[in-house]
Structure formats: structure tokens, C-alpha cells
Ligand binder design. Structure first.
Ligand code: ZN
Length: 152
């Protein structure tokens, strides 16, 4: 496994704004990428990472919270409800934080690394993380959704 370089908005915003393409075929390279993304996320003390943030424009995200580790390929949100306002940050925007408004409950479907369809019913932090990471796949950053910036 390897720790990958995280693309930062400060230097590479144009890349982070690109739309990621679906994964057509899950190969050993996909597994290596996911393993490296997990290691990179943990090394940076993050709770989520999208492939675009390590320079790969494919629809893959990893998320880790108290509820476990989630590896999502071609994820999509199929239902959302409720509302939460809470602090949010991003490994591509180090040292910045803001308050966003996100759904409290999210149901998402994706493929796991074995190509099996999985469904996640998420609440609170996990729901927020899913929204944040899936936004990355469409070139959206959480700063687009900030309702209040947090001053140092
Ligand atoms: Zn992010």
C-alpha cells in the first residue's frame, strides 16, 4: 500500500472541479487504488476521501466513521430526508472549516470491491460524509454549500 498525494484546492482547484467517470470494470488496480485511498485517508486523519482527491477521475470513495469502513464504487444517493447543520472540513482544503446544511438521513447504493450492490442507511455524521464525498465526484466542494464560515 502507498500513501498518495492529496490534490489541494489551493494549487489544483481546476482538477477538483472535474466530474469523475463511472468505474466500468473492477480490476486488481481498482483494489490497489481503494487500499491506497484508505491508507491515505487514515494517514491524513480524515473520515472520507474521493478518488479525484488523489488524482483519479473515477467514481470511488472511501469513508470511515465509528460505524465502520465503507468502500463505495459508483455510489448514488437514492433517498434523503431531514436536515443537519454542522461543522465540515476537507482534506483538500487543510485548515479551513465551515458550517454546512446537509440531510440528516441518507440512503445510498453502491458497488463494493467485489462488484456486489450494497445499500447504506446513514444518519448524522455518516450521512454528511456520504454527501460530501459524492459531491466530490461531481466537482462540488463543501465550500459551495457553506452557510457560515468558522473564524479562527
Ligand atoms: Zn472533501
Amino acid at each position: 500500500m502507498a500513501i498518495l498525494k492529496i490534490v489541494k484546492r489551493e494549487t489544483d482547484e481546476a482538477f477538483l472541479r472535474k466530474k469523475s467517470r463511472p468505474v466500468d470494470e473492477i480490476t486488481p488496480r481498482t483494489h490497489t487504488l481503494i487500499d491506497d485511498m484508505i491508507q491515505t485517508m487514515r494517514h491524513a486523519n480524515g473520515c472520507g476521501l474521493a478518488a479525484v482527491q488523489v488524482g483519479v477521475l473515477r467514481r470511488i470513495v472511501v469513508i470511515e466513521t465509528d460505524e465502520g469502513l465503507f468502500e463505495l464504487i459508483n455510489p448514488r444517493i437514492i433517498a434523503m430526508s431531514g436536515c443537519q447543520e454542522s461543522e465540515e472540513g476537507c482534506l483538500s482544503l487543510p485548515g479551513e472549516w465551515g458550517i454546512t446544511r446537509r440531510p440528516m438521513y441518507v440512503t445510498a447504493r453502491a458497488l463494493n470491491r467485489y462488484g456486489e450492490e450494497i445499500e447504506i442507511i446513514a444518519e448524522g455524521l455518516l450521512a454528511k460524509a456520504i454527501c460530501h464525498e459524492l459531491d466530490h465526484l461531481d466537482g462540488i466542494l463543501y465550500t459551495d454549500k457553506i452557510i457560515r464560515k468558522i473564524e479562527e
